[in-house]
Write a protein of this length. Sequence first.
Length: 400
Amino acid sequence: MLAADFSAARERIRAHILRTPLETSRTLSRLAGAKLHLKCENLQKTGSFKVRGALNRLLGLSAAERRRGVVAASAGNHAQGIAYAAGIAGVRATVVMPRTAAIAKVEATRGYGAEIVLAGGDYAAAFAHAAALARRRRALLVHAFDDEQVIAGQGTVALEILEQLPEVEVVVVPVGGGGLAAGIASALSTASPAVRVVGAQAELASTLRPSLRAGRRIEAPPSPTIADGLATSGIGVRPWRVLRRHLDRAVTVSEAEIAAAILLLLERSKLVVEGAGAVALAACLGPLRRSIAGRRVAVVLSGGNIDVNVLDRILNLGLAEQGRVFRFATVLIDRPGALAALADVIGRAGANIKQIHHDRGRVGVGVLETLVTVELETRGRDQVPEIVSLLRAAGYRLLR
Ligand SMILES: Cc1ncc(COP(=O)(O)O)c(C=O)c1O
């Protein structure tokens, strides 16, 4: 792709999207040991960068293509991007979403005016349905990442980063099918070739590293991950052509690291970011720490459409990863005051009881004993040894 493709995309979509802020954060920079700048595509129209590629594709259609309408398959953000873009371009859009898609995402997509078809149990099945539907209707199938115009649209994120931070040294990007990373890497390869581009994936959906190692696209079914936007079975053919040449490296992060990054963004930066959108920050705080030390890094927060129904579970996992939740069990003599005495030691340790479960008559626990499981809120990992030694000194045997 040429520099002109990206500047043309920028002009085409400019009036319909936001130039999202590039925020600094002292706390996150200190934690990462680098100068982090957060590219807030979670604040983009429709809640993700996907609207850029969708708009570039649909605003570039010929009159004949426009009349035929478009079909897309997506479990979330591409769906919303296409629906929104179709409204602006004046094109009829049908979006096939898997039956498992979050209700809120289905309703948001419908709200932008697209026709919704629910089909298949996962993205691959929804895509097959969408392809058949497009053939039947002679409509245009708009792929979420394997499409030059979509990639060019996503690449406009890089042009904005260069304007906002001309001295940027590294850009860290989440990778699903690779459209966003390919757009960014390709745009930077001509506009500012010294900038390094790093791709970040969830461990549970990570085909990029094995592909780079093998020198060819490797496919593998993804496992369910908090970063649901990245759960594809592999890198697209077109993104791969770019990434194999222009990507500096690829890293993966665990579910707990993603959850901790979501929690940090919420708590410290007041930013609501979905799993896929927090993967690049998780990479900066984890596997990339050494290589980005002291550097100016743009971290792409690619989306904010988190499913609020699972937010509490994600935040709890994040708290556990940060050591701010500590769970243990112990056996007490079953007599009045025993529980109060345990609570007293916990209080003296400065921890707060979140949950306590008192279980009499458990197999393996004596008749006059009771098993107590406790979940504590702590200041952080450093406080845990302090709590443990106070409990042990008071004579409690910790079971887990
Ligand atoms: C929030 C978010 N981030 C990142 C991605 C990955 O984009 P790509 O498939 O272009 O790699 C997606 C894809 O849906 C997404 O929704």
